[in-house]
Write a protein that binds this ligand. Structure first.
Ligand SMILES: NC(=O)c1ccc[n+]([C@@H]2O[C@H](COP(=O)([O-])OP(=O)(O)OC[C@H]3O[C@@H](n4cnc5c(N)ncnc54)[C@H](O)[C@@H]3O)[C@@H](O)[C@H]2O)c1
Length: 439
């Protein structure tokens, strides 16, 4: 039945590993297993990505400490190679899956990539293989989507003929390698034996706790931890709006609230983006399948989605106060990525802000040091604008010269969507300051 050699092959690192999906998650995972001594094959459907990776060049352009160097090293050593051909997967012992798992416009999971990957994998998988889904999926998806496709396509039976588990990733762009090495992981196995095998495997790269459990628990933990974060941020955002109308400062309020034992008020801000937090609460909600009335999770999503619009309205109000008609206003927006020092623009709050403002104002210019069409000169971007809106806390903006900005602007308005600057630092340079959570 099962490949009894797999535990030994993991221990002596002769097990051959494949990673399907070489994006923000799959690429560092592939590199780190290759660096640990395994032979790793990366599979992706994006030919440009494959080509770049095989040249030892990282397709991720954000600030990712150590990743470009590690990739170049493991490719040069012949420990990692990338391909688009699933036929090669017949020769591997372990398959890790890290394809995207978005939701559609109705917040329903959209598993086009996952289903295609499982279907292609199922056609070539051999008995004794360990298949681990690292993608974030709605609780119950392993049972309702992954397992049936693999079994139908392969004619093999999960837990009898091949091992099946879920080990959701917890990484964040900007810290991919450090997160992978140092954050604990949940190893959900189709059987306790599979969970133990997964712990053995991940022990090679993770210097933190590895919790063996079942699949449904692993699926629930991942979607719950991101829904928790979304709800907490929504709470902070709602308090920020309350502080604004009370003429108070949410950043001070938060600091003092968090002195109360057991409180951990999150950071308010101009919106929640990326591939994970905006959709993982919907994955959790989807698993309730209408059988549980849901209030909090959808409400949190609504609050967080409102924040880019809130900042846009704040900007329009600032223009009105300065007697600038929106239809003649020129606005500069700093930051387009969803996260500081990242090139990831998925679900960008700036995109929502721009969509809202575009029909109302004369001109919007965007600057982002990490995102290519917006890697322009910041001073050319802000020149002769009527307002500057800070949407992302990129390090490059930390030392903004407000004196120079005051001179470059046509109207000296600065809107801080992230609480990045002390209002006094902005005001003392002669600019009018507006900020999320500051009345
Ligand atoms: N980005 C993050 O910070 C993060 C953190 C934790 C968990 N996750 C989860 O990890 C998963 C992957 O996220 P990501 O950000 O790496 O996505 P990504 O879009 O960066 O990468 C996915 C990769 O899969 C490839 N792909 C799509 N279909 C394929 C197929 N059929 N066969 C082979 N390759 C295919 C794509 O070309 C792409 O390169 C998602 O479920 C996400 O929720 C992401």
């Amino acid at each position: 039945m099962m490949n009894s050699n797999l535990p030994a092959c993991i221990q002596n690192k002769s097990a051959k590993i494949a990673v399907i999906g070489l994006g923000y998650v799959g690429l560092p995972v592939a590199c780190i297993f290759a660096d640990a001594g395994f032979d790793v094959l990366g599979v992706d459907i994006n030919p440009n990505r494959i080509e770049k990776i095989n040249l030892g060049q990282s397709p991720i352009e954000g600030d990712e400490p150590g990743l470009a160097e590690l990739l170049a090293t493991v490719v040069a050593r012949g420990k990692l190679r990338a391909d688009s051909d699933y036929a090669n997967l017949a020769a591997v012992d372990i398959v890790l899956v890290a394809v995207e798992t978005p939701v559609d416009e109705n917040n329903v999971p959209q598993y086009v990539a996952l289903k295609a990957a499982m279907s292609d994998l199922g056609k070539v998988i051999t008995p004794g293989t360990l298949v681990v889904i690292e993608s974030t999926i709605a609780p119950g998806t392993m049972q309702s989507v992954v397992q049936p496709i693999l079994e139908t396509e392969s004619g093999l039976k999960a837990n009898d003929d091949f091992y099946l588990g879920a080990c959701p990733e917890r990484v964040m762009p900007g810290k991919l390698l450090a997160n992978l090495r140092r954050m604990s992981r949940v190893c959900g196995g189709g059987t306790p034996e599979t969970a133990r095998l997964m712990v053995e495997l991940y022990r090679n790269i993770v210097q933190a706790e590895l919790d063996a459990t079942d699949i449904i628990t692993a699926e629930l933990v991942k979607t719950t931890e991101n829904a928790y974060r979304d709800v907490q941020i929504a709470f902070a955002n709602e308090v920020a709006k309350i502080c604004e109308i009370n003429g108070a400062d949410v950043w001070k309020v938060r600091e003092l609230v968090n002195k109360s034992p057991g409180r951990n008020m999150h950071l308010p801000g101009a919106g929640v983006g990326g591939h994970c937090i905006p959709k993982d609460p919907w994955l959790l909600a989807y698993s309730a399948n209408g059988r549980v009335p849901l209030h909090l999770i959808p409400a949190a999503r609504e609050v967080n989605e409102s924040m880019p619009i809130h900042v846009a309205e704040m900007t329009l109000h600032a223009l009105e106060e300065a007697n600038i008609a929106p239809e003649s206003a020129r606005i500069a927006v700093l930051g387009y990525a969803y996260l500081e020092n990242s090139d990831d623009t998925r679900h960008s709050p700036t995109a929502a802000l721009v969509d809202y403002l575009q029909p109302k104002v004369a001109d919007i210019r965007i600057h982002d040091p990490w995102v290519s069409p917006y890697r322009t000169d910041i001073w050319t971007t802000v020149s002769e604008c009527d307002a500057v809106v800070l949407m992302v806390k990129h390090d490059a903006y930390r030392k903004l010269d407000f004196e120079r900005m005051g001179k470059a602007l046509r109207t000296p308005i600065f809107v801080d969507g992230r609480g990045f600057f002390a209002p006094e630092a902005v005001k003392s340079a002669g600019l009018r300051y507006f900020g999320v959570g500051r009345g």
